[in-house]
Ligand binder design. Structure first.
Ligand SMILES: *[C@@H]1O[C@H](CO)[C@@H](O)[C@H](O)[C@H]1NC(C)=O
Ligand SMILES: *[C@@H]1O[C@H](CO)[C@@H](O)[C@H](O)[C@H]1NC(C)=O
Ligand SMILES: *[C@@H]1O[C@H](CO)[C@@H](O)[C@H](O)[C@H]1NC(C)=O
Ligand SMILES: *[C@@H]1O[C@H](CO)[C@@H](O)[C@H](O)[C@H]1NC(C)=O
Ligand SMILES: *[C@@H]1O[C@H](CO)[C@@H](O)[C@H](O)[C@H]1NC(C)=O
Length: 481
């Protein structure tokens, strides 16, 4: 699974394993029979392709199918047909069975539908018309043995793009090995009591996708017992804060995707307890305006931060990474396509990064930015084709920020430190005396000038106005030029 999806091509970090795409070309063995499905074998993989065949019911397999030798993986796909009722499937060989019913019209599933395929590890029921009522625990019954139903080996279950409001509390009773559950794009709205019981019973869950389910809270109990949860996607929901309940899985959670939520700011409460997070994605949050002090401080193991495509994000506190700088773990930070114009030189130890993304903002190319880019070496962390441009001041608008020279910046060399405070302790007594004399002299001149001006003023009336510099966003023009 490729988790390294960058901001430039923003999409959810969760990528559903595309095992079903591994086609079996080559010395294909045609097994005769069946409802015009192609059955092919290549090495130890048997593929039953029933996709796009206008099938409206589950076919029976040709008998020979269980006589094929040396089969380990079996991939069966009914993608894009018009099946509405999933009836009991016939048995198939192999110890790793993957079945897809993606894009049908399923609104019912038989009890024992999969009892002949207890070695089904992967089931894709996405993009159908399945409601919570259809999902009873009986549908996942394994074979009936010694007066009890066995469990099935199911590890990945994709229920995305259906009509689910709620889950049966016993739904996962026969699927003890469930590790990846996709509930995205369902009208859940509220994780009710029974749904919470169902989720918390899936104790081996590692990946949970709750994106686009219209939820705005996660009850604490939902995550109690999920001691292996590593990756959660909460994108495209109605959260106005990062749910506190995440801290219950803080010891295991490694990847958090939190895009497209109506959150206005991130602060020191946002990621509390997420000490083991490795990768955080906060993108396309159109209302996000600021990242305040200590926001990222709990994330002591973070390596990759995607904070990008938040079109109203214009402020990141210079203390956002407070407490992390001494044991810095971050390697990649993507700040592309926000509405930032300035960053503080002491925001982070820039030279410790491996990749930095800053394109698509309105950078004010001032001495702070020059310090970050040149003195602290951030300029060498950009990907070659992704060097950001200055938007301001006017004379630098459109220049690459790695092109700006520091000659106009005061006291700018390797000895620069972010502490630009002035301290009397730095001065020797001789300096102090000279300074006092200097001040007295200037005051005297000032008084004389003042009297002179007063005299002149009675003759001329002149307005002296401070000239303010206007920063104009010329970025677009500069890029298109
Ligand atoms: C399965 O069959 C359909 C229809 O013939 C075809 O379009 C598709 O490419 C096949 N898929 C694979 C993985 O071979
Ligand atoms: C499924 O096939 C129909 C044509 O039979 C097509 O119009 C539709 O877009 C396909 N759906 C998907 C999800 O590919
Ligand atoms: C669950 O996984 C374990 C370890 O891989 C395996 O021994 C067990 O048989 C699996 N359970 C089922 C019901 O297949
Ligand atoms: C970015 O911020 C400026 C003010 O700093 C504002 O005028 C502009 O509309 C913002 N851009 C977007 C895309 O919201
Ligand atoms: C950057 O500097 C190089 C060489 O100094 C110059 O050729 C190039 O035009 C400059 N590019 C921009 C966009 O400022």
């Amino acid at each position: 699974m490729d988790l390294y999806i960058h901001c430039e091509e923003t999409k959810h970090v969760l990528v559903i394993l595309s095992v079903l795409i591994s086609a079996s070309y080559g010395q294909a063995v045609e097994v005769k029979g069946g409802p015009a499905c192609d059955i092919t074998q290549r090495e130890d993989t048997l593929t039953v392709n029933c996709s796009r065949r206008d099938i409206d019911s589950i076919p029976t397999w040709p008998e020979q199918i269980n006589n094929i030798e040396q089969v380990h993986d079996v991939v069966i796909t009914f993608f894009n047909n018009s099946i509405s009722f999933v009836t009991e499937l016939g048995s198939v060989p192999g110890s790793h069975v993957a079945i897809s019913f993606k894009s049908n019209a399923i609104d019912n599933i038989d009890e024992d539908a999969f009892s002949n395929v207890p070695r089904m590890l992967y089931l894709d029921l996405s993009n159908n018309l399945i409601t919570g009522e259809v999902l009873r625990s009986e549908i996942f019954h394994g074979p009936y043995k010694n007066d009890v139903y066995d469990s099935i080996a199911l590890e990945t279950l994709n229920l995305g793009f259906n009509q689910i409001h709620s889950l049966d509390r016993y739904l996962f009773q026969y699927t003890p090995n469930l590790t990846r559950l996709y509930l995205n794009n369902n009208p859940i709205e509220l994780l009710d009591h029974v749904t919470v019981l169902a989720l918390s019973s899936a104790v081996n869950l590692e990946v949970l996708d709750l994106s686009k389910t219209d939820i705005d809270t996660i009850p604490l109990d939902a995550f109690r017992g999920l001691l292996n949860l590593q990756h959660i996607d909460l994108s495209d929901n109605r959260f106005t804060t990062v749910p506190e309940s995440l801290s219950l899985v803080g010891s295991t959670l490694k990847y958090l995707t939190f895009n497209k939520n109506p959150i206005v700011k991130l602060d020191d409460d946002s990621f509390i307890g997420l000490n083991n997070l490795i990768e955080l994605e906060v993108a396309e949050n159109d209302y996000l305006e600021e990242v305040t002090r200590s926001t990222f401080s709990p994330l002591r193991n973070l390596r990759i931060l995607h904070l990008c495509h938040n079109e109203n994000l214009r402020y990141i506190s210079h203390n956002a990474f407070r407490g992390l700088k001494d044991k810095w773990t971050l390697k990649e930070i993507y700040l592309d396509d926000n509405n930032l114009s300035e960053l503080s030189p002491d925001l982070m130890p820039w030279n410790k990064l491996e990749i930095l993304g800053m394109t698509g903002n309105n950078w004010l190319c001032n001495c702070d930015l020059a310090n970050i880019i040149t003195t602290q070496g951030a300029g060498s962390k950009f990907k070659p084709s992704e060097i950001p441009y200055c938007a301001a001041p006017m004379k630098l608008a459109g220049s690459l920020i790695t092109n700006i020279t520091v000659s106009f910046c005061p006291a700018f060399d390797k000895t620069f430190t972010s502490n630009r405070g002035f301290s009397l302790g730095n001065l020797s007594p001789r300096h102090v005396i000279w300074s006092i004399l200097g001040v007295a002299f200037i005051a005297l001149i000032g008084m004389m000038l003042g009297m002179l001006v007063k005299g002149i003023k009675t003759v001329y009336v002149k307005r002296i106005k401070n000239q303010s510099i206007r920063y104009v966003n010329l970025k677009e023009d500069a890029i298109n030029a």
